[in-house]
Design a protein around this ligand. Structure first.
Ligand code: NAD
Length: 269
Protein backbone atom coordinates (compact mmCIF):
# COMPACT_ATOMS: atom_id res chain seq x y z
CA UNK A 1 0.00 0.00 0.00
CA UNK A 2 1.24 3.48 -0.85
CA UNK A 3 0.33 6.56 1.20
CA UNK A 4 -0.01 8.62 -1.99
CA UNK A 5 -3.76 9.30 -2.41
CA UNK A 6 -5.52 7.66 -5.35
CA UNK A 7 -7.66 10.07 -7.36
CA UNK A 8 -10.64 9.50 -9.67
CA UNK A 9 -11.49 12.13 -12.28
CA UNK A 10 -15.11 12.32 -13.46
CA UNK A 11 -16.07 13.87 -16.80
CA UNK A 12 -12.77 12.58 -18.19
CA UNK A 13 -13.21 13.86 -21.75
CA UNK A 14 -14.28 17.38 -20.74
CA UNK A 15 -12.13 20.52 -20.96
CA UNK A 16 -11.46 20.37 -17.21
CA UNK A 17 -11.46 16.56 -17.08
CA UNK A 18 -8.50 16.32 -19.46
CA UNK A 19 -6.63 19.10 -17.67
CA UNK A 20 -7.20 17.34 -14.33
CA UNK A 21 -5.95 14.00 -15.69
CA UNK A 22 -2.77 15.73 -16.87
CA UNK A 23 -2.33 17.55 -13.55
CA UNK A 24 -2.76 14.38 -11.48
CA UNK A 25 -0.49 12.24 -13.68
CA UNK A 26 2.19 14.97 -13.63
CA UNK A 27 2.04 15.18 -9.81
CA UNK A 28 4.20 13.09 -7.51
CA UNK A 29 1.74 13.68 -4.65
CA UNK A 30 -1.21 11.78 -6.14
CA UNK A 31 -1.97 8.75 -8.32
CA UNK A 32 -4.63 8.55 -11.02
CA UNK A 33 -6.62 5.40 -10.15
CA UNK A 34 -9.80 5.86 -12.18
CA UNK A 35 -11.61 7.99 -14.73
CA UNK A 36 -15.37 8.16 -15.26
CA UNK A 37 -17.44 9.28 -18.23
CA UNK A 38 -21.17 9.14 -18.85
CA UNK A 39 -22.75 5.91 -20.11
CA UNK A 40 -22.65 5.68 -23.92
CA UNK A 41 -19.59 7.93 -24.30
CA UNK A 42 -17.17 6.58 -26.90
CA UNK A 43 -14.20 6.75 -24.47
CA UNK A 44 -15.74 4.02 -22.22
CA UNK A 45 -13.51 0.92 -22.21
CA UNK A 46 -10.48 2.75 -23.68
CA UNK A 47 -7.20 3.58 -21.94
CA UNK A 48 -7.65 7.26 -21.01
CA UNK A 49 -4.15 8.25 -22.18
CA UNK A 50 -4.81 6.79 -25.62
CA UNK A 51 -8.28 8.38 -25.75
CA UNK A 52 -6.59 11.74 -25.08
CA UNK A 53 -4.26 11.14 -28.04
CA UNK A 54 -1.11 10.28 -26.03
CA UNK A 55 0.60 7.26 -24.52
CA UNK A 56 -1.34 4.68 -22.47
CA UNK A 57 -1.74 5.54 -18.76
CA UNK A 58 -2.97 2.11 -17.64
CA UNK A 59 -6.34 3.53 -16.53
CA UNK A 60 -9.48 2.45 -18.38
CA UNK A 61 -12.42 4.88 -18.71
CA UNK A 62 -15.49 3.49 -16.93
CA UNK A 63 -19.16 4.43 -16.57
CA UNK A 64 -19.35 2.71 -13.16
CA UNK A 65 -18.49 5.48 -10.67
CA UNK A 66 -18.90 3.41 -7.49
CA UNK A 67 -16.46 0.76 -8.68
CA UNK A 68 -13.93 3.51 -9.50
CA UNK A 69 -14.50 5.43 -6.24
CA UNK A 70 -13.97 2.23 -4.19
CA UNK A 71 -10.30 2.27 -5.31
CA UNK A 72 -9.74 5.95 -4.46
CA UNK A 73 -9.20 8.42 -1.62
CA UNK A 74 -10.55 11.41 -3.58
CA UNK A 75 -12.85 12.20 -6.50
CA UNK A 76 -12.34 15.38 -8.50
CA UNK A 77 -15.55 16.29 -10.25
CA UNK A 78 -16.04 19.03 -12.85
CA UNK A 79 -19.16 17.77 -14.68
CA UNK A 80 -22.81 18.84 -14.46
CA UNK A 81 -25.15 19.42 -11.46
CA UNK A 82 -27.22 16.21 -11.74
CA UNK A 83 -24.09 14.09 -12.21
CA UNK A 84 -22.39 15.80 -9.26
CA UNK A 85 -25.33 15.00 -6.95
CA UNK A 86 -25.12 11.34 -7.91
CA UNK A 87 -21.32 11.35 -7.42
CA UNK A 88 -21.68 12.99 -3.98
CA UNK A 89 -23.78 10.08 -2.66
CA UNK A 90 -21.38 7.51 -4.12
CA UNK A 91 -18.22 9.31 -2.95
CA UNK A 92 -19.68 9.46 0.58
CA UNK A 93 -20.44 5.73 0.39
CA UNK A 94 -16.81 5.08 -0.59
CA UNK A 95 -15.59 7.62 2.06
CA UNK A 96 -13.73 9.58 -0.62
CA UNK A 97 -13.00 13.30 -0.43
CA UNK A 98 -15.28 14.84 -3.09
CA UNK A 99 -13.86 17.95 -4.75
CA UNK A 100 -16.68 19.68 -6.64
CA UNK A 101 -15.83 22.22 -9.33
CA UNK A 102 -19.17 21.87 -11.11
CA UNK A 103 -21.06 25.18 -11.31
CA UNK A 104 -24.66 26.08 -12.08
CA UNK A 105 -26.09 24.13 -9.12
CA UNK A 106 -29.41 25.42 -7.75
CA UNK A 107 -29.88 26.16 -4.04
CA UNK A 108 -31.91 22.93 -3.78
CA UNK A 109 -29.10 20.93 -5.40
CA UNK A 110 -26.54 22.47 -3.03
CA UNK A 111 -28.77 21.64 -0.05
CA UNK A 112 -29.04 18.05 -1.34
CA UNK A 113 -25.26 17.62 -0.81
CA UNK A 114 -25.75 17.82 2.97
CA UNK A 115 -26.45 14.09 3.63
CA UNK A 116 -23.23 13.17 1.78
CA UNK A 117 -21.26 15.77 3.79
CA UNK A 118 -22.27 13.98 7.02
CA UNK A 119 -20.12 11.03 5.98
CA UNK A 120 -17.35 12.50 3.83
CA UNK A 121 -15.37 15.64 3.13
CA UNK A 122 -16.79 17.81 0.34
CA UNK A 123 -14.77 20.75 -0.97
CA UNK A 124 -16.89 22.82 -3.34
CA UNK A 125 -15.93 26.11 -5.00
CA UNK A 126 -17.15 27.90 -8.10
CA UNK A 127 -13.51 28.73 -8.74
CA UNK A 128 -10.52 26.74 -7.51
CA UNK A 129 -7.77 29.22 -8.40
CA UNK A 130 -5.65 30.99 -5.78
CA UNK A 131 -6.07 34.33 -7.56
CA UNK A 132 -9.86 34.30 -7.60
CA UNK A 133 -10.10 33.22 -3.99
CA UNK A 134 -7.86 36.16 -3.08
CA UNK A 135 -10.11 38.38 -5.21
CA UNK A 136 -13.09 37.14 -3.20
CA UNK A 137 -11.41 38.25 0.03
CA UNK A 138 -10.47 41.62 -1.47
CA UNK A 139 -14.02 42.13 -2.75
CA UNK A 140 -15.42 41.50 0.74
CA UNK A 141 -12.95 44.01 2.25
CA UNK A 142 -13.53 46.73 -0.34
CA UNK A 143 -17.33 46.32 -0.16
CA UNK A 144 -17.16 46.60 3.64
CA UNK A 145 -15.07 49.78 3.41
CA UNK A 146 -17.34 51.58 0.94
CA UNK A 147 -20.93 52.72 1.33
CA UNK A 148 -23.79 52.50 -1.16
CA UNK A 149 -22.55 55.59 -3.02
CA UNK A 150 -20.44 52.95 -4.77
CA UNK A 151 -22.51 50.89 -7.22
CA UNK A 152 -21.20 47.30 -7.43
CA UNK A 153 -21.26 45.45 -10.75
CA UNK A 154 -19.73 42.01 -11.44
CA UNK A 155 -18.76 41.52 -15.08
CA UNK A 156 -17.58 38.12 -16.27
CA UNK A 157 -16.42 36.65 -19.59
CA UNK A 158 -16.16 32.97 -20.65
CA UNK A 159 -15.80 30.80 -23.79
CA UNK A 160 -18.82 30.22 -26.00
CA UNK A 161 -19.42 26.63 -24.76
CA UNK A 162 -20.28 27.68 -21.21
CA UNK A 163 -23.86 26.71 -20.34
CA UNK A 164 -24.56 28.66 -17.12
CA UNK A 165 -24.66 32.40 -16.39
CA UNK A 166 -23.65 34.27 -14.35
CA UNK A 167 -20.57 32.13 -13.73
CA UNK A 168 -20.07 30.36 -10.40
CA UNK A 169 -17.17 32.74 -9.81
CA UNK A 170 -19.29 35.83 -10.48
CA UNK A 171 -21.78 34.55 -7.90
CA UNK A 172 -18.95 33.95 -5.39
CA UNK A 173 -17.81 37.54 -5.94
CA UNK A 174 -21.38 38.83 -5.61
CA UNK A 175 -21.81 36.87 -2.36
CA UNK A 176 -18.54 38.34 -1.06
CA UNK A 177 -19.63 41.89 -1.94
CA UNK A 178 -23.02 41.33 -0.28
CA UNK A 179 -21.37 39.87 2.82
CA UNK A 180 -18.99 42.85 3.01
CA UNK A 181 -22.02 45.15 2.89
CA UNK A 182 -23.96 43.11 5.40
CA UNK A 183 -26.84 42.32 3.01
CA UNK A 184 -28.24 39.14 1.42
CA UNK A 185 -27.25 38.74 -2.22
CA UNK A 186 -30.70 37.40 -3.14
CA UNK A 187 -32.23 40.69 -1.87
CA UNK A 188 -29.99 42.94 -4.00
CA UNK A 189 -28.89 40.94 -7.07
CA UNK A 190 -29.76 42.54 -10.42
CA UNK A 191 -29.11 39.97 -13.15
CA UNK A 192 -28.92 40.69 -16.89
CA UNK A 193 -30.59 44.06 -17.56
CA UNK A 194 -32.46 44.49 -20.84
CA UNK A 195 -34.99 47.05 -22.11
CA UNK A 196 -36.49 49.95 -20.15
CA UNK A 197 -35.24 48.84 -16.75
CA UNK A 198 -35.57 52.16 -14.96
CA UNK A 199 -32.69 53.79 -13.13
CA UNK A 200 -30.26 51.63 -11.22
CA UNK A 201 -31.42 50.79 -7.70
CA UNK A 202 -29.15 52.07 -4.94
CA UNK A 203 -27.46 49.15 -3.22
CA UNK A 204 -28.06 46.69 -6.08
CA UNK A 205 -25.28 44.28 -7.12
CA UNK A 206 -25.39 43.87 -10.92
CA UNK A 207 -24.22 40.85 -12.98
CA UNK A 208 -23.26 40.78 -16.65
CA UNK A 209 -22.04 37.81 -18.73
CA UNK A 210 -19.91 38.00 -21.87
CA UNK A 211 -19.65 34.77 -23.91
CA UNK A 212 -17.19 34.36 -26.76
CA UNK A 213 -14.38 32.40 -28.36
CA UNK A 214 -11.98 30.62 -26.05
CA UNK A 215 -12.00 33.00 -23.06
CA UNK A 216 -10.93 30.82 -20.09
CA UNK A 217 -12.44 33.13 -17.44
CA UNK A 218 -12.34 36.87 -16.74
CA UNK A 219 -13.92 38.65 -13.76
CA UNK A 220 -14.17 42.32 -12.88
CA UNK A 221 -15.73 43.68 -9.71
CA UNK A 222 -16.52 47.32 -10.36
CA UNK A 223 -17.18 49.81 -7.57
CA UNK A 224 -18.44 52.98 -9.28
CA UNK A 225 -19.21 56.24 -7.48
CA UNK A 226 -19.63 59.79 -8.76
CA UNK A 227 -16.10 60.93 -9.67
CA UNK A 228 -14.19 57.65 -9.14
CA UNK A 229 -14.15 53.92 -9.87
CA UNK A 230 -12.29 50.95 -8.43
CA UNK A 231 -11.96 47.79 -10.53
CA UNK A 232 -10.75 44.50 -9.04
CA UNK A 233 -9.85 42.13 -11.88
CA UNK A 234 -8.80 38.51 -12.33
CA UNK A 235 -7.86 37.08 -15.73
CA UNK A 236 -7.44 33.32 -16.13
CA UNK A 237 -5.44 32.36 -19.20
CA UNK A 238 -4.88 28.67 -18.44
CA UNK A 239 -7.30 26.04 -17.02
CA UNK A 240 -4.34 24.49 -15.19
CA UNK A 241 -4.91 26.98 -12.33
CA UNK A 242 -8.29 25.37 -11.57
CA UNK A 243 -6.88 21.84 -11.85
CA UNK A 244 -3.95 22.62 -9.53
CA UNK A 245 -6.35 24.12 -6.98
CA UNK A 246 -8.64 21.08 -7.21
CA UNK A 247 -5.73 18.68 -6.64
CA UNK A 248 -4.60 20.78 -3.69
CA UNK A 249 -8.14 20.49 -2.26
CA UNK A 250 -8.16 16.69 -2.75
CA UNK A 251 -4.88 16.38 -0.82
CA UNK A 252 -5.91 18.89 1.87
CA UNK A 253 -9.16 16.96 2.50
CA UNK A 254 -7.38 13.74 3.47
CA UNK A 255 -8.02 13.00 7.14
CA UNK A 256 -10.28 16.05 7.68
CA UNK A 257 -13.59 15.67 9.54
CA UNK A 258 -16.66 15.12 7.31
CA UNK A 259 -18.37 18.34 6.25
CA UNK A 260 -18.57 20.97 3.55
CA UNK A 261 -15.53 23.14 2.89
CA UNK A 262 -14.44 25.63 0.23
CA UNK A 263 -11.17 26.91 -1.23
CA UNK A 264 -10.89 29.61 1.41
CA UNK A 265 -10.47 26.75 3.93
CA UNK A 266 -8.02 24.91 1.66
CA UNK A 267 -5.88 27.97 0.98
CA UNK A 268 -6.14 29.21 4.58
CA UNK A 269 -7.13 32.70 3.40
P1 NAD B 1 -17.22 20.13 -20.48
O1 NAD B 1 -18.59 20.15 -21.08
O2 NAD B 1 -16.03 20.25 -21.37
O3 NAD B 1 -17.05 18.77 -19.63
C1 NAD B 1 -18.05 18.20 -18.82
C2 NAD B 1 -17.80 16.70 -18.84
O4 NAD B 1 -18.66 16.07 -17.88
C3 NAD B 1 -18.09 16.06 -20.20
O5 NAD B 1 -17.00 15.23 -20.56
C4 NAD B 1 -19.35 15.23 -19.93
O6 NAD B 1 -19.43 14.07 -20.74
C5 NAD B 1 -19.12 14.87 -18.46
N1 NAD B 1 -20.32 14.40 -17.79
C6 NAD B 1 -21.57 14.94 -17.81
N2 NAD B 1 -22.42 14.16 -17.14
C7 NAD B 1 -21.70 13.09 -16.69
C8 NAD B 1 -22.03 11.91 -15.94
N3 NAD B 1 -23.27 11.69 -15.53
N4 NAD B 1 -21.05 11.03 -15.69
C9 NAD B 1 -19.78 11.26 -16.08
N5 NAD B 1 -19.41 12.34 -16.82
C10 NAD B 1 -20.37 13.25 -17.11
O7 NAD B 1 -17.21 21.27 -19.37
P2 NAD B 1 -15.95 21.97 -18.65
O8 NAD B 1 -15.60 23.23 -19.34
O9 NAD B 1 -14.89 20.93 -18.40
O10 NAD B 1 -16.64 22.37 -17.27
C11 NAD B 1 -17.25 21.42 -16.40
C12 NAD B 1 -17.82 22.12 -15.19
O11 NAD B 1 -16.75 22.69 -14.40
C13 NAD B 1 -18.76 23.30 -15.51
O12 NAD B 1 -19.79 23.32 -14.54
C14 NAD B 1 -17.85 24.52 -15.37
O13 NAD B 1 -18.54 25.70 -15.12
C15 NAD B 1 -17.02 24.09 -14.19
N6 NAD B 1 -15.74 24.78 -14.02
C16 NAD B 1 -15.39 25.08 -12.74
C17 NAD B 1 -14.17 25.67 -12.46
C18 NAD B 1 -13.80 25.88 -11.02
O14 NAD B 1 -12.66 26.34 -10.76
N7 NAD B 1 -14.67 25.56 -10.06
C19 NAD B 1 -13.28 25.98 -13.50
C20 NAD B 1 -13.66 25.66 -14.82
C21 NAD B 1 -14.89 25.04 -15.05
Amino acid sequence: MTHIPGIVITGASGRMGQMLIKTVTDSDQARLVGVVERTGHDWIGQDVGVAMGGPALGVIVTDDPLEAFAQAQAVIDFTAPEATLEFAALAAQARCVHVIGTTGMTDEQIAALEPAARHAVIVRAGNMSLGVNLLVQLTKKVAAALDEDFDIEVIEGHHHHKVDAPSGTALMLGEAAAEGRGVKLSDVADRGRDGITGARERGAIGFHAIRGGDIVGEHDVLFAAPGERIVLRHLATDRAIFARGALKAALWGQGKAPGQYDMVDVLGL
